[in-house]
Design a protein around this ligand. Structure first.
Ligand SMILES: NC(=O)c1ccc[n+]([C@@H]2O[C@H](COP(=O)([O-])OP(=O)(O)OC[C@H]3O[C@@H](n4cnc5c(N)ncnc54)[C@H](OP(=O)(O)O)[C@@H]3O)[C@@H](O)[C@H]2O)c1
Length: 331
């Protein structure tokens, strides 16, 4: 086994200058954790964009190996829970924040963070889903857990051509919900319909000042945008509807009123993927394996090499990535 390997490392110099790029590391430099994973694939999520470009202070120590999602094979294990050859993934849990992360051909990880990859998926497919898809599943489960059924009305997906949005459309359509997809990229209309959206609306229809309550339209929403879009999604939510707030691509504020909660019994459900308990993760990955046909995933992602991570991270923050990007860390 070669002792050296490639990784995307974020560093801060003594004068505070941030840089992130491809570096060669050795096994001895990896953290002292019980499970060594031969990483095969990672992904580019919005949060990776924030970390690698230093747009937000995601990395809490330096040097930091970036990347919040990894999938690969256990190469060494000092715990009985994991054996050599097990196919595993990690979503979040502070990777790229407090712990060295996924943009690396090898990584040592805390065994409590590992999820067994469902037999339905390869490591590449698991990363085509990644944190974005697993978050979409958590959001869809929040809508299902509220008791919202397909016959209760259409479900809105915002930021729909992005990672969370694309997977949410596929999952909701598969479960029989009628999906309205909102996008700022009209050129993605055919793509969104191919994923299962029935209606596609312009982003501008939501990024506007809304009335406290508007004509009832949606039984639920998966929102990855936040700000005025989230407020405007709440105002036309039907009685007893649920809005799953998972993102802030349009801003972190919430300029709305409490009227949908008080007069329509609407629930605003937060979605956190990073520290979600293991039971919620295992349920989500179990559900993903039931609901996602790996063949359909092919429409949602493309594969790129590790060296392109910095460029792709800048691109996702500009809202240019359609669907998902998988990183082949060995390419
Ligand atoms: N809560 C969690 O645990 C969790 C987990 C994963 C992701 N997230 C968050 O969810 C969001 C989406 O993540 P992602 O990986 O799916 O990112 P993504 O692929 O970049 O998708 C975000 C989408 O939002 C839309 N958008 C971008 N900028 C916008 C703006 N200024 N105003 C309105 N819409 C805008 C775009 O969709 P259109 O082009 O279709 O309009 C874009 O494709 C991010 O904020 C991310 O941080 C949270």
């Amino acid at each position: 086994m070669s002792d050296t390997f490639n990784a995307i490392v974020a560093e801060k110099s003594e004068d505070g200058t941030f840089s992130a790029g491809l570096k060669t590391l050795s096994l001895a430099e990896l953290p002292d954790e019980p499970v060594l994973v031969d990483v095969e694939y990672s992904t580019v999520n919005y949060k990776d964009g924030l970390a690698v470009t230093n747009t937000a202070p995601i990395c809490q120590k330096f040097p930091m190996v970036c990347g919040i999602d990894l999938a690969g094979t256990v190469a060494e294990s000092n715990t009985e829970a994991w054996q050599l050859g097990d196919k595993v993934l990690v979503n979040g849990y502070g990777l790229s924040e407090r712990h060295w992360g996924a943009y690396s051909q090898k990584q040592r990880v805390n065994p409590d963070y590992l999820v067994r990859i469902p037999a339905a998926f390869t490591t590449e497919e698991a990363m085509a889903i990644g944190t974005a898809g697993y978050t979409a599943m958590l959001a869809v489960n929040a809508i299902r857990d509220q008791g919202t059924k397909p016959e209760d009305g259409p479900v809105l997906v915002t930021g729909s051509a992005g990672g969370v949005g694309s997977v949410a459309i596929v999952l909701l359509a598969r479960l029989g919900y009628e999906v309205t997809a909102s996008t700022g990229r009209p050129e993605t209309t055919d793509y969104l319909k191919s994923l299962g959206a029935t209606n596609v609306i312009a982003r501008d229809e939501l990024s506007r000042k809304c009335k406290p309550l508007e004509k009832e339209l949606w039984a639920g929403t998966v929102d990855s945008v936040g700000s005025t879009t989230l407020a405007t999604a709440l105002a036309p939510t039907r009685y007893n509807g649920v809005v799953a707030a998972c993102g802030l691509a349009g801003g972190a504020d919430l300029p709305g009123t409490v009227m949908p909660f008080l007069l329509r019994n609407v629930r605003l459900q937060g979605i956190d993927s990073v520290m979600a308990p293991m039971a919620a993760r295992e349920r989500a990955w179990h559900d993903l394996a039931q609901l996602l046909d790996p063949k359909r995933l092919k429409d949602v992602y493309r594969v790129e090499p590790l060296a392109r991570v910095p460029e792709l991270c800048a691109s996702i923050l500009r809202g240019e990535i359609k669907g998902r990007v998988v990183i082949d860390v060995n390419a």
